[in-house]
Ligand binder design. Structure first.
Ligand code: SAM
Ligand code: SF4
Length: 483
């Protein structure tokens, strides 16, 4: 069978559906009806958001359309408050591992599209995956996301082998403890194979929820050209047992206001269908320049920094229990501004070229195998230091996932005080490991002071001694101490 026809039968089933859960006209109607909200309208929505509950589309539309500087500031303040209430003072770190730039698709914004002649195509061998992993571990990474183009060489069995290789690779400093995946849509039985080998979150970004724009960006005869096959991939992931799902929009392809509504409708769909379990994370990358890819420079719907900040706060307010990922596509200055408004995960020390960890020390050095441009090319150590300077704890923790707290279990945890009681000590433990095994002197100094500050805050807690003792055990050489 021709590879591009692989899912033709399954795709045809979706064609029979009368409609999907994204109603473009309804979204625009809701946005138009909210077009000039009063201060009272906005404050009414903020009052509800304060309760840490998911907003309804009409309410999110009011926040999106708000142009009033005073209440926009109030939105920022509440987003900040919710972020710290739900996720506490910590920021989880990861780095991507690009396994292949081979791809049969022709997404107009992407450097990997098959008609881009300047890309050198390569799929890593398992030995090369192990090499990349070793470099990542030696730089201090504990969590990764494996990324693949869609091609005959990167089907689910290759994904399984690469994930296994990552988990089996060890150095004197330990191992990668959580591997997530960003891949093309799969069938439920294929997702189940990934679940079986202990995958964390599976991300499939919709890119754009707007049907016509989706059609334009992803030519019809390509595999990615099927909107609904992609839209329902998280349903199939759930059916295959992967209950940590990552949604995403590639901002800049269509009007950001519509896309935020799309993310919310997707969340509502999943929550309704899967007993309250919505997405584990939402990613909101903006298009950055991709080599020999004109569309990535000429965006009709380019999102300004100001609107970007607004959309981050609105996502935080609309879906308070969903993790939010801000990648190194954004420059440091932008990340510094939006992280306090709701971001719970960032990547650092990122290289996105295929084989780039072994070949280069920094991002953007392998033009013929990089999908797009990285704007925050600071090292992991630099970013750890910057985050410590804000008083937040950089966390490399993977305890929840390894204790099976995913999907519904994780949602219960997120909605309790669990994050404060468990995640903060675990963040401190993993930061301590980082300090001892990898940090430069300056970073170690400030990171130790962050740990001390947070330990002091736990003085009255019944588990204070346990945390203090855990830190001592790590200092004495123990690793992977969990609370
Ligand atoms: N090939 C798989 C697919 O498309 O489903 C895996 C995803 S791709 C390797 C990772 C993500 O990169 C895409 O989902 C897209 O959102 C993002 N991306 C593609 N081109 C980009 C660009 N020029 N700037 C920023 N992000 C981009
Ligand atoms: Fe291929 Fe994904 Fe790039 Fe599209 S976004 S061309 S599917 S790698």
């Amino acid at each position: 069978m021709n590879f591009t026809q692989k899912y033709a039968k399954e795709m045809a089933e979706y064609d029979k559906m009368e409609k999907d859960f994204i109603d473009d006209d309804l979204i625009w109607k809701q946005l138009n009806e909210a077009s000039t909200p009063s201060k009272e309208d906005v404050r009414r929505v903020l009052k509800k958001a304060e309760q840490c509950v998911r907003l309804e589309p009409e309410e999110t539309a009011i926040l999106i359309q708000n142009q009033d500087p005073e209440t926009i500031e109030e939105m920022y303040q509440l987003a900040y408050q919710l972020k710290h209430e739900v996720y506490a003072d910590r920021l989880v770190f990861f780095a991507p591992l690009y396994c292949s730039d081979e791809c049969v698709n022709r997404c107009r914004y992407c450097g990997f599209r098959c008609d881009n002649g300047v890309m050198k195509r390569k799929t890593l061998s398992l030995e090369e995956v192990a090499e990349e992993t070793k470099v990542m571990i030696e730089e201090g990474q504990k969590r990764t996301i494996l990324v693949y183009g869609e091609s005959p060489n990167t089907q689910v069995d290759y994904m399984v082998d690469t994930v296994k290789t990552v988990y089996n690779t060890k150095t004197e400093h330990g191992e990668i403890r959580r591997a997530n995946i960003n891949c093309a849509p799969l069938r439920a039985d294929e997702f189940a194979k990934l679940k079986d080998i202990g995958i964390g979150t599976v991300q499939v970004f919709q890119e754009t929820y707007h049907h016509d724009t989706y059609r334009y960006m992803h030519p019809k005869e390509t595999m990615k050209g099927h909107y609904r096959w992609r839209l329902y991939s998280m349903d199939r992931a759930m059916e295959g047992g992967v209950d940590d799902m990552g949604l995403g929009v590639l901002f800049g392809l269509y009007d950001w206001r519509f896309e935020v509504m799309g993310l919310l409708y997707h969340t509502i769909h999943l929550e309704e269908k899967f007993n309250g379990v919505g997405p584990h994370t939402i990613s909101f990358p903006r298009v950055t320049f991709a080599n020999a890819t004109p569309l990535s420079r000429e965006l009709k719907y380019k999102v300004s920094d100001e609107d970007f900040k607004k959309l981050v706060a609105i996502i935080r307010l609309s879906v308070p229990y969903t993790g939010m990922i801000c990648t190194a596509r954004e420059p440091k200055e932008v990340r510094d501004q939006v992280i306090p408004l709701g971001v719970s995960q960032i990547d650092a020390g990122t290289r996105i070229g295929v084989g780039a960890y072994a070949k280069s020390k920094k991002a953007n050095q392998l033009n013929d195998s990089e999908q797009f441009t990285i704007h925050d090319d600071n090292s992991l150590d630099d970013v750890v230091k910057t985050v410590c300077e804000t008083g937040e704890i950089p966390s490399f923790c993977t305890a929840c996932y390894r204790a099976g707290r995913t999907g519904e279990e994780f949602m219960k945890v997120a909605k309790s005080k669990f994050v404060h009681n468990y995640c903060i000590p675990n963040a401190m433990f993993t930061l301590k490991e980082y300090i001892l095994d990898y940090a430069t002197e300056d970073t170690a100094k400030i990171a130790n002071s962050v740990i001390e500050k947070h330990l002091a805050k736990l003085k009255d807690k019944p588990y204070y001694e346990q945390v203090a003792n855990g830190l001592k055990r790590i200092e004495a050489g123990e690793r992977d101490v969990k609370f």
